[in-house]
Design a binder for this molecule. Structure first.
Ligand SMILES: Cc1cc2nc3c(=O)[nH]c(=O)nc-3n(C[C@H](O)[C@H](O)[C@H](O)COP(=O)(O)OP(=O)(O)OC[C@H]3O[C@@H](n4cnc5c(N)ncnc54)[C@H](O)[C@@H]3O)c2cc1C
Length: 390
């Protein structure tokens, strides 16, 4: 086998060093600025805006966004490393959803938006000064993205928007939404992306939605009644929005896979520590073979999901089309989260059922991962089609 050129080896070594430093910064950030306050934010139902500024200051918010749009540079593997380190240090899935909503609201603007849009929305969000949301799902359905009905009619140099969105992450705190709107005929060919700013007359945030998990992540229903949006807020070409949304699906699915094995790995670490301490019938739980084997099985599931997801992310970065594998990596990580977080609660016994115990939070948070960002059934069927099984 040919040896890789010396320059490539040196580059790889330097990237690995950078990633190790990023992991350290991210973990310290969570231990210092997140973990001590997380339960309070869960109870309050939102994450403070100042946390965004603090994360930006540490160079965390802009990871994997190019420096030309105000990001920190890096690629999806850096973003995976960052997220893994934050989960290992005690971040929750809801916290990550709230703090990194820019990760789903901005990529289309960063890649296809005008310089003005980048200056107004991308830079300030990556600097932690603004919060943006992505609004695709509607009360009539979320899985069928091409079926959205929120209408944007062209009127001179404005679009007039009418419709509603629901389940929008950071929709309560958000300063703007990158919204999927129908500007053309039915199906995917009539969808556009439009940035709509909070405060525009006719744009109302209906209410915060109370949820099973992700308590610190505010979720909103939004309504648009004759909202006049400047045409300059159109992202990319008119009626080309579906492709822009679809382009980001792989990254979103991989990010949610990291949420899955991230909270599973953290729950495993907590359960293993608890099993060493907690005594029943005069012996630590970890002395029981059945408990040790449970922990080993949890470890196996976490390693499988992590290894698979990292491999798919690396292939994506290398330029391969990995749509089917991203769907399956997400499913693998979702199954892992549901099984491992549940076993962690079991090992904790009654304490695991108490509000405020960390494993209880991960157990509840896990349940959204197989629904949001593409329901498991929908993604599995997409994989079936791509793999030629249909
Ligand atoms: C906490 C939270 C945060 C969210 N954040 C956002 C956000 O920021 N932005 C945003 O746009 N959306 C967001 N969503 C919406 C999320 O993406 C949708 O809930 C998801 O896409 C599913 O859409 P739905 O809920 O309308 O379910 P539906 O589309 O009605 O589907 C219901 C269920 O039916 C099954 N199903 C659907 N289609 C098929 C099929 N073809 N074959 C087999 N089974 C099928 C699945 O089990 C699915 O869960 C969020 C949701 C939640 C709960």
């Amino acid at each position: 086998m040919n040896e890789p050129p010396v320059e490539e080896v040196a580059l790889r070594a330097s990237r690995n060093q950078e990633r190790t430093a990023l992991r350290r910064t991210a973990a310290e950030f969570v231990r210092r600025e997140v973990a001590p306050h997380l339960q309070q934010w869960e109870d309050a139902g939102s994450v403070p805006r100042e946390l965004h500024a603090a994360a930006a200051k540490q160079g965390l918010l802009g990871i994997s966004f190019p420096e030309s749009v105000g990001g920190e540079g890096g690629d999806l593997l850096d973003s995976v490393a960052l997220q893994e380190a934050m989960f290992e240090a005690g971040a929750s899935s809801g916290l990550m959803a709230a703090l990194f909503t820019g990760g789903i609201a901005l990529p289309h603007i960063a890649a296809h938006g005008s310089a003005d849009q980048v200056d107004r929305f991308v830079r300030p969000t990556l600097a932690g000064e603004k919060i943006g949301s992505l609004a695709i799902t509607e009360p009539g359905g979320g899985s069928d993205v091409a079926g959205i009905t929120t209408r944007a009619e062209r009127d001179g140099d404005h679009f007039v928007v009418n419709g509603a969105k629901t389940f929008i992450t950071s929709g309560i705190r958000g300063d703007f939404v990158t919204a999927a709107v129908r500007t053309g005929g039915p199906g995917h060919a009539g969808v556009s992306l439009l940035v709509i700013e909070k405060g525009t007359p006719g744009f109302s945030v209906e209410r915060p939605l109370a949820k099973m998990g992700w308590h610190c992540s505010d979720t909103a229903s939004l309504a648009f009644t004759d909202v006049r949006v400047p045409a300059e807020n159109l992202v990319g070409e008119e009626n080309a929005g579906f492709a822009l949304i679809a382009e980001q699906f792989v990254v979103e699915r991989i990010a949610l896979a990291v949420h899955g094995y991230g909270i599973a790995g953290r729950s495993l670490a907590l359960a293993a520590a608890y099993a060493r301490e907690r005594e029943t019938f005069g012996r630590p739980l970890a002395d029981r073979q059945v408990i040790r084997h449970k922990l080993v099985e949890m470890h196996r599931q976490v390693e499988v999901a992590k290894t698979y997801t990292r491999a798919v992310a690396a292939r994506h970065v290398a330029g391969e089309v990995v749509i089917a594998d991203a769907c399956l990596a997400k499913k693998t990580a979702v199954d892992t989260a549901e099984s491992v977080c549940s076993e962690a609660v079991q090992i904790y016994g009654g304490a695991g059922y108490l509000h405020g115990t960390e494993v209880e939070r991960h157990y509840r948070d896990a349940r959204i991962l197989g629904i949001g960002g593409g329901a498991t059934e929908v993604l599995t069927d997409l994989a079936a089609r791509l793999l030629g099984f249909r």
